[in-house]
Structure formats: structure tokens, C-alpha cells
Ligand binder design. Structure first.
Ligand SMILES: Cc1cc2nc3c(=O)[nH]c(=O)nc-3n(C[C@H](O)[C@H](O)[C@H](O)COP(=O)(O)OP(=O)(O)OC[C@H]3O[C@@H](n4cnc5c(N)ncnc54)[C@H](O)[C@@H]3O)c2cc1C
Length: 140
């Protein structure tokens, strides 16, 4: 089984599938060395990361506690979300590249073959119904 892209979704899928005994290759075009966008996680993430068995590894990434966020989209004026009374505790600010690298490494530790710096190009479907995948090594 092949997972294209080692962002949070791809790495979580590769981790879960590997733990279920499937043979998984996780292909990621980068080496997690450049900044990534999106650094605030809601309290509920604790439940998801615990389910994936990576909560302790997450804490080792030195996330900063967040007790509320103000967002300025969807509504005309900014909206404040208070995490003080959230049953899952506080939210978190993370170094996103480090967070993504942690999830990919957890997937590899669970048995997935992590191929970093490899970019997936064309994926044509052949006449026999199989997919032909082209991956080019040597990303950022
Ligand atoms: C401006 C902005 C701010 C955000 N702020 C937040 C926030 O504060 N909190 C929050 O929770 N979410 C935030 N988000 C949303 C969050 O970034 C996304 O929901 C999340 O990144 C989606 O994860 P993903 O794994 O689906 O995709 P991605 O994180 O986009 O991961 C895709 C992965 O695939 C790799 N890839 C892409 N193409 C190829 C290819 N051809 N071959 C190999 N690898 C490939 C990429 O390098 C990447 O690692 C924000 C998004 C934006 C745009």
C-alpha cells in the first residue's frame, strides 16, 4: 500500500495501517527542514494523538500551551475561543515541521517504509487496471 505525502493525514494513515499489519510505503517530497504553515492545534488533538499512540512523542516536541485563540475568518469580527474550560485541557502551538517529522518517524517506527525527498509525479492507470506510479528522488 502506498501513501502519497507525509503531512499529518498521510503519516497518521501510514502509522495506523502499519500497526494493523499492512505493508506501507510513505512517500514524502521534503525532509521536514523547511517551515510549514499551520501551527495551532485545538485541545481535542490530545484524543487523536493518544489514539495514534504518539502523545508522549508529541510532548517531546516541546509544544507551547495555548489557553485560547482568536480567529479572523468566517465572521465579520474576530472570534475568541476559550480553552480554559475545555475537557481536553489546553490547545497547543507547535513547530509544524517538527510535528510533521515526528508523525512520519512514528509511522516508520511502526513499520512503514518512509521515503523522504521523493516526489510523486504521474500516476496513470494502465489498461490492466493497475496504477503505474512515478516517483522522482531528490526533493527539498
Ligand atoms: C494559512 C494556513 C494556516 C493554517 N493554520 C492551521 C492551524 O493553526 N491549525 C491547524 O490545525 N491547521 C491549520 N491549517 C490547516 C492545516 O495546515 C492542514 O489542515 C493540514 O496541513 C492538512 O494536512 P494534510 O496532511 O492533509 O496535508 P499537508 O499538510 O498539506 O501535507 C501534504 C504532504 O504531502 C507532501 N506532498 C505534496 N505533494 C507531493 C508529491 N507530489 N509527492 C510527495 N509528497 C508530496 C507535502 O510535502 C506534505 O508533506 C492552516 C492552513 C493554512 C493554509
Amino acid at each position: 500500500m502506498l501513501v502519497a505525502g507525509g503531512g499529518p493525514a498521510g503519516s497518521a494513515a501510514a502509522l495506523d495501517l502499519s500497526r494493523r499489519g499492512l505493508s506501507v510505503a510513505l512517500i514524502e517530497q521534503e525532509k521536514y527542514q523547511t517551515p510549514r504553515i499551520g501551527e495551532t492545534l485545538p485541545p481535542m488533538i490530545r484524543h487523536q494523538l493518544t489514539g495514534l499512540g504518539v502523545w508522549e512523542r508529541f510532548l517531546e516536541c516541546d509544544p507551547l500551551e495555548s489557553y485560547g485563540i482568536q480567529t479572523a475568518w468566517e465572521t465579520p469580527s474576530p472570534r475568541y475561543q476559550d480553552f480554559l474550560h475545555n475537557p481536553y485541557g489546553c490547545g497547543w502551538h507547535v513547530d509544524r515541521a517538527r510535528f510533521d517529522a515526528m508523525l512520519a518517524s512514528a509511522a516508520a517506527q511502526a513499520g512503514a517504509e518512509l521515503v523522504a525527498s521523493a516526489r510523486i509525479g504521474l500516476c496513470p492507470k494502465r489498461a490492466d487496471g493497475h496504477w503505474l506510479l512515478e516517483a522522482v528522488q531528490g526533493g527539498t
